[in-house]
Design a protein around this ligand. Structure first.
Ligand code: MG
Length: 296
């Protein structure tokens, strides 16, 4: 019975036309803008053409307190205080590379600890989690005290780890209620650690997370937690949703005109130079003026 029902659905989806099954093409009725051209970097770790470079190995001028850290051979080492970007950002794709100190000192949270604070409020943990036990929602790649990462993808102390972070900021209504929580995706060394995780609020050592309304943009901070964690190659891209305009309701293209049944006679080879759906382009249903619903 179930099989018969699904066969019926297939029959509805397809039209028999000239002896051939022809599916009507569906059109969304949205006129999309062409996506911007972005030239990739020379490698996937190098900044693409639209990136904002925050550290290219030369200086930390893009950061407040950048002068407190040391820079040697293109590598910045955490020292004295956190550093915070002068520029503020909203939704971003962030690339950074970091290395836990080669000399292993301390244990748990006291070993190779730093952190990447998105909007200055939401910490993606940076920690030497290579053969170093701590609470799971505090290890490398966790959202501090909100979720452990999906895996431990650490390289050894002294080796370089790559973080790719995709962050969507929270939005607040006029009355301060959360309209949309913040979401983070994290890939470390090519391995997915946070899969669009919904944050419960800013990360805190002393308080349960809860949202308080704030601006849609903010800085990025790198934590100094007493350990000489090293960083290199930091850049980000500001994310903008695809733009479209609804010009009509969704519709299906009409079928091409039906050709006459061939009369019995000598067999003629099929003309396969014509496209299957060669009818004239139909005009879409009447345009609507309301803006397109965009999806990102
Ligand atoms: Mg930390």
């Amino acid at each position: 019975m179930k099989k018969l029902r699904s066969l019926g659905l297939v029959a509805i989806a397809l039209f028999m036309h000239g002896g051939q099954s022809v599916a009507q093409e569906w059109k969304s009725g949205v006129e999309w803008q062409e996506p911007p051209l972005v030239t990739p970097g020379t490698t996937d770790n190098a900044p693409p053409s639209d990136a904002i470079v925050l550290f290219d190995g030369r200086n930390l001028d893009a950061w407040e307190n950048g002068d407190k850290w040391t820079i040697e051979n293109g590598v910045a080492t955490a020292k004295q205080s956190a550093i915070t970007t002068r520029q503020h950002f909203g939704d971003i794709q962030l690339h950074l590379e970091w290395s836990a100190p080669t000399e292993i000192r301390g244990e748990g949270q006291g070993r190779g600890n730093s952190g990447c604070y998105l909007l200055g409020l939401y910490e993606v943990q940076i920690l030497d989690s290579f053969q170093n036990q701590t609470y799971f929602d505090g290890q490398a790649g966790s959202i501090y005290k909100q979720t452990p990462p999906l895996a431990n993808a650490m390289r050894k102390p002294g080796e370089w780890n790559t973080y790719q972070i995709i962050f969507n900021t929270p939005r607040f209504k006029g009355n301060g209620d959360v309209e949309r929580p913040a979401y983070v995706t994290l890939i470390q060394n090519g391995i997915l650690l946070l899969n669009n995780f919904e944050l419960h609020g800013p990360t805190s050592y002393t308080e349960a997370p809860h949202y308080k309304p704030h601006a849609e943009t903010g800085p990025i901070s790198l934590q100094f937690h007493g350990d000489p964690v090293r960083f290199r190659n930091i850049w980000l891209r500001e994310l903008k949703p695809a733009v479209g305009r609804r010009v009509s309701a969704p519709f299906n293209l009409p079928l091409p005109p039906k050709t006459a049944e061939p009369k019995a006679g000598p067999h003629k080879p099929a003309d396969d130079t014509k496209p299957a759906n060669s009818g004239e382009t139909p005009s879409p249903p009447e345009a609507k003026t309301r803006p397109a619903a965009t999806n990102n």
